[in-house]
Design a protein. Sequence first.
Length: 637
Amino acid sequence: MSTQQKRLDVICIGRIAVDLYGQQIGSRLEDMTSFNKYLGGSSGNVAYGTAIQGLKSAMLARVGDEHNGRFLREALQRVGCNTDGLITDKNRLTALVILGIKDEETFPLIFYRDNCADMGLVPEDIQEAFITSSRAVAVTGTHLSHPQTRAAVLKALEIAKRNGLRTALDIDYRPVLWGLTSLGDGETRFIESGEVTRQLQEVLHYFDLIVGTEEEFHIAGGSTDTLTALKNVRQASGATLVCKRGPLGCVVFEGAIPESWEQTTLHSGVRVDVLNVLGAGDAFMSGLLRGWLNDEGWEQACRYANACGALVVSRHGCAPAMPTKAELDDFLSRDREVTRPDRDARLNHLHRVTTRRQAWPELNVFAFDHRKQLQDMAREAGVSDARIPALKMLLLQAAEDAANEAGLNEKSGILADTTYGQKALNAITGKSWWIGRPIELPGSRPLRLEHGNIGSQLVDWPADHVVKCLVFYHPHDPAALRKEQDDLILDVWHGCNKSGHELLLEVILPESVPDHQESYYVEMLSHFYQLGVKPDWWKLPPLAAETWQAVGQVIEQNDPYCRGILLLGLDAPEEKLKAGFAAAAQAPWVKGFAVGRTIFGQPSRQWLNGELDDRALVETVKGNYLRLIGYWRAARG
């Protein structure tokens, strides 16, 4: 198979695990009270990191037949990493790592790897057709520590060498995983061992590229003098050797090893403040592989590698901290200006928007996050608002029935609240629907949040729920009112950035102010962007075609990564919404609608009054929702 025909660039073989990262930075692991869950394991990180750097990567390993195994598979698939070789092991659990950040040099770490899934890899798992579908194989040293996984890795390497594939080794030395230290001492990075050195040196001849820290070359070369160790590795292998020298950068050895460091060329690293060195090596390897496999030369490959490592050490986590291609290229265009990547607004925004979980090119959202309006309906019907949660479950059923009938296939969504719609939110979460939740106190002006501080709310939210914030805003409001609302919206925006949740900002001109010029929406979007707020979504009323054009220009100038705009309904008659859809049909930033009372208003009132039974309500609401879907699709052609 020629290089041009290969469907994969690199297959990663080795550790893949779930990382549980302690959230309390500066705390002992004994005192950690909460954890973030990330994809981890050196090979899993590299498979992820190379995928987001634009390589066609694949992961060859085993994961458990349980929630953690599915989490790892889905995390890789979301970034485009091939999982055809990620085997589900029916008899072993997915590996787990618990770790913390005490300070910039102390990282308590425990590996839970007793008979774990990725150590269940056997030679029979290595299929020649899969290996030869790639241009390269990249392995990590841990899998050389056990006879069974070692045999599997060697089989893959033999197939690779026989078929002219490139081969790379990240030494990835963890003494605890070679049985050289106590099980709780995952933090120790180096212990001398003649046996480990022997086992590594037996396989070094398989590789075209060998990467490691100075300590890792010490174990591979059997000497604590780095240059001596490198000379010993050179005797065993003709590979290009890349030695990482921490914040200094790295050195590439393609031929003989010189007598002194002065005779080497240092590829300088990027100086940043260190939060967390864990995962930096995997990020380094991901950037290096990008340059190496794209034949961009060692200078550029090392620029990628050093910059990837620098970005990860300034952030929490391993895989989720790794830069995407767009983010890395932006960083390298101005790396000397950015000493704190974790505080650089442009980089953080690029990281946020280029690592989103799912694409939503079209959305047909049924909004039933209403609270006050349904309370009023219940009061008019003379029934308790305790009936509203059951109503919302019926509305969800209608939404799902309509989406199935229309064949929406991940183009459907709901807006639902926690006050009355928590059961509906629980029921739909995990079904690949777009889900938005309101945070504003209904009708508040100035804006108030219904359940208090945004940070204390979001800590309990599922990661894929979108924060919907409705603000009644007018550009000619008194300065004090504008500032009060601006400050709270900024706080919400910062909270979403911290938690990772997407933000939908709904902006409506208040009824209490009669001056309702459409051009004000253009003015207000510009204003929020100038504040530094870059919502993932906007929710706006129907506008004229020329106004949509102006709105689109504002978005393109300020945030080309914006998800788009959803049209709101405001209880408008269907015909008025149909006209609004038509006016927005040629506006590419409008991705769909989020409409509520037009769909559910009248049938819900009848249900609360006892005029419709459950089945009739569901059928009526489903029909209303289907008609709007039809109007939108007809408008878009």
